[in-house]
Design a binder for this molecule. Sequence first.
Ligand code: NAD
Length: 280
Amino acid sequence: MATVGVVGAGVMGRGLAHDLAQHGHHVLLIDVDNQALADAARAIQQSLRAQILRQGAAKEGTDVIMSRVQTSTDLGMLEAAEFVIENATEKWDVKKSIYPAMDEICPEHTVFAANTSAISITRFGSLTKRPEKVLGMHFMNPVPMKKTVEMIRGFHTSQDTIDAAKRLLEGLGKKAVIVSDSPGFVSNRVLMLTINEAVFLVHDHVASPEEVDMIFRECFGHLMGPLATADLIGLDTILYSIEVLYESFSDDKYRPCPLLRKMVDAGLHGRKNGRGFFSY
Ligand code: NAD
């Protein structure tokens, strides 16, 4: 089993660490924030226990799985990683310093995957001396439950890198849909616009959040409405992603709804801190 670095221990980093450790990988979970690492370790333990309760007898106990997850604020730990999946905050200014640092620390063969919602993978590759070993792996949330990953081929990404990422996914029981690089890829070029427009409907007093989501669930048969989906993803991540699309395409159709920005400024980040369009 591979040693996999997971950079960023928020919503996505902890889901990934859970899934990788459960499938036998040694995980190096890195964050700049000690509190995020402590919260992540607790959340992984809780979700492993919940999974065992749901599914009955487990192959391994939570303690054995947790022993494969090492947490640290030291990026230098990634020296031992064969594969790194980066899940830091969705802001270019945050992410852009991570890639050159990893490039110095990691051996030449280490593959870097960006689990970004919208930022161009080619831009990440250009921050390193190994652009052929950089690709996008857009995991869905919650990671242990979602079986398909949107995989993105950057301008320089090699076929060997795509194959290595596919092997890693197969070991997790997942498959990939491979797309070319473009901001937001397929999923979020559509989803972020939909969510932003749903927020405009609430902002314009056309309907309440409950009514907007009810139309998607009950008329279209979607499992979740766009605003509950926004809460699940994190309203801060939604705002940063739509901002990336707005800047990348220089197209007004991606202008963030003022209500979305106000809610993020007010600290309403969705499920992860208990309040968004709905309460948790
Ligand atoms: P989050 O806000 O929950 O967590 C981000 C984490 O990154 C925080 O713990 C923060 O301390 C950490 N961080 C910030 N700077 C760092 C640095 N320099 N080094 C290491 N860690 C750093 O965000 P999230 O929802 O987990 O999203 C992470 C990435 O995954 C984003 O790029 C996001 O767009 C993408 N993504 C999110 C979802 C989702 O549903 N939330 C789905 C797919 C992809």
